[in-house]
Design a protein around this ligand. Structure first.
Ligand SMILES: *[C@@H]1O[C@H](CO)[C@@H](O)[C@H](O)[C@H]1NC(C)=O
Length: 201
């Protein structure tokens, strides 16, 4: 009987922990982060050579008509879907040049995570996944970019800019690791570690 109870209780916990990932995700910002930021643009700055800087935008990775767009270099040959953003309660909404809302953030995988955005049909309202934070970086000597983007509980240290394996785009990948088998959709050897400053616009 006791063993049965233990098993029952243990399996109930297992079910609860299985159930939680499908629930609403909420940004957990560390002490030096906030879940809100009004109009901003994003930049990728190489962690190795900070003179290498690429403005970021939502791009289609060579897939015209896609209902998903990805954060990547604005130097893309594809049309730019959006390049202005708002962070609200950890969710990012993306805006086209004419100011219309065109994208909402999706969850980001903990490994080889693309920073993808759903492009809802016009007039359709979908809540963004609440997985982002803006971190403050203060230093007595001053820092050029005091605010940076962070994801999945406030991690700003594991972004890379990598060439897509299916288009000429350079896309942002969270926690890029060399795929042991198959294709993660990007060319691992092209990845450069980057910080992603948040610049008010
Ligand atoms: C973030 O903004 C939302 C409304 O957009 C507000 O309800 C919330 O309190 C704000 N959070 C913080 C920490 O300021």
């Amino acid at each position: 009987m006791f063993m049965f109870l233990v098993t029952f209780v243990a399996s109930s916990f297992a079910m609860l922990s299985l159930a939680s990932p499908v629930g609403r995700q909420t940004a957990v910002c560390p002490w030096n982060g906030v879940p809100n930021a009004s109009n901003f643009v994003l930049l990728a700055v190489s962690r190795v050579d900070t003179s290498i800087r690429k403005p970021l935008a939502l791009v289609l990775n060579g897939l015209p008509g896609s209902s998903t767009a990805w954060l990547g270099s604005a130097e893309s040959t594809d049309p730019i879907v959006a390049s202005k953003f708002v962070l609200s309660d950890g969710g990012i909404t993306a805006y086209a040049a004419d100011g219309s809302l065109v994208g909402v953030s999706n969850p980001v995988a903990s490994e080889n995570g693309w920073l993808s955005f759903l492009l809802p049909d016009k007039g359709v309202t979908i809540s963004p996944a609440e997985v982002y934070c803006e971190l403050f970086n203060t230093s007595p000597y001053g820092v050029e970019f005091p605010n940076t983007l962070a994801v999945n509980g406030g991690d700003s240290d594991h972004f890379s800019l990598c060439k897509s394996s299916t288009s000429d785009e350079f896309v942002v990948i969270y926690n890029a690791v060399e795929a042991s088998s198959g294709d993660a959709g990007f060319e691992w050897t092209t990845c450069t570690a980057v910080d992603i400053p948040v610049l008010p616009k």
